[in-house]
Design a protein. Structure first.
Length: 330
């Protein structure tokens, strides 16, 4: 288990990696403690009692989001993806989700782990290209959803800082998506650099050649990821409804926009612990709800995510290098 986790992180620079990981975790828990201290234990317990019936639903909706991410990976691989066995594919996604909650820049580390697990089935260079494309598609789907959430927030709340911050975040994600995908397709800008390191040249060329096997920006996987974001929006809406928040048509998108902002500000914090709660607390006034309600929504979503991360860690214990390909009927 620990070997898989270590191999999902690029080698080199162990000291600064550890500093970022532990520093990010410490900062996140410090932020969380600060937010919770301001809210008060009794108020939080009352909120969780009111929210109790919604937590299993939130857990299932989070599982649906994870399944959509696995489906997106299957779609990215095209013809090869249609031959993949769903069981190890879902297990690999759960393991990636666990890594995402344990490491800074967790999404990238999760995609690296999936590439490691897939390499025996589809080849190392194709698996690495798949991971890079998946990361670009995460940016693209999140950008579209964030821009939608930002526009909805501006319409619902007026020209507030919250709406413009979500729109700015969506625009940044869109630039990141196109920039990353372009970087995986355009070999010439870095070819001169790579030629200085002959041992890397062949592997890098294979990576770029494999990247060109995929469409420049495959939209069906983006749609699958956006369906996952929709499930996550419903998750926040269910938690908010349990706490007495009026759920109109726009509210789930506003809550998801706040979540995406929290994820961005806490990119170096494992699982965005603390940063999500702080972002929701800061947005409480704009939403015209109490701070304890906003923070409890973030805590409920985090609880669901960490439960699925625990499931993913358990699945690591039962990983046996499954064959991803479907079994043929005899």
């Amino acid at each position: 288990m620990s070997t898989l986790l270590k191999r999902s992180i690029p080698s080199g620079g162990k000291n600064w990696r550890d500093a970022i990981q532990w520093g990010g975790a410490f900062a996140g828990f410090l932020l969380l403690a600060h937010v919770l201290a301001r809210i008060g234990k009794e108020r939080l317990l009352n909120a969780f009692q009111a929210m109790a019936w919604s937590l299993p639903i939130a857990f299932l909706l989070d599982g649906l989001r994870i399944a959509c991410d696995a489906w997106s990976t299957r779609l990215v691989l095209g013809e090869v993806g249609r031959k993949l066995n769903w069981r190890p594919l879902l297990q690999a996604q759960l393991m990636a989700h666990a890594v995402m909650n344990l490491l800074p820049a967790g999404r990238a580390a999760g995609e690296a782990l999936k590439a490691l697990l897939f390499q025996r089935t589809i080849g190392g260079s194709v698996a690495t290209a798949m991971a890079a494309i998946n990361q670009a598609l995460v940016f693209a789907s999140s950008a579209i959803f964030a821009l939608l959430c930002g526009v909805v927030t501006l319409h619902k709340l007026g020209a507030s800082w919250l709406g413009w911050a979500i729109v700015l975040h969506g625009s940044t994600l869109a630039l990141a998506a196109f920039g990353l995908r372009a970087a995986t397709l355009l070999r010439s800008p870095i070819e001169g650099i790579v030629l200085r390191f002959p041992r890397l040249r062949e592997a890098v060329i294979r990576f770029f050649d494999s990247s060109r096997l995929f469409p420049p920006l495959p939209w069906f996987p983006v749609v699958a990821m956006m369906l996952g974001r929709t499930a996550q929006s419903l998750q926040h809406a269910v938690l908010a409804k349990a706490l007495g928040v009026s759920i109109e048509g726009a509210t789930p998108f506003v809550l998801e926009g706040i979540h995406l902002l929290g994820a961005a500000t806490g990119v170096l914090v494992p699982g965005q612990i603390g940063t999500g709660e702080l972002t929701f607390e800061l947005a409480a006034q704009a939403l015209q709800i109490e701070a304890v309600t906003a923070v409890s929504i973030a805590l409920g979503a985090h609880l669901s995510s960490y439960l699925w991360a625990f499931v993913g860690l358990l699945s690591l214990l039962f990983w046996r290098s499954f064959d991803f390909t479907e079994k043929k009927q005899v």
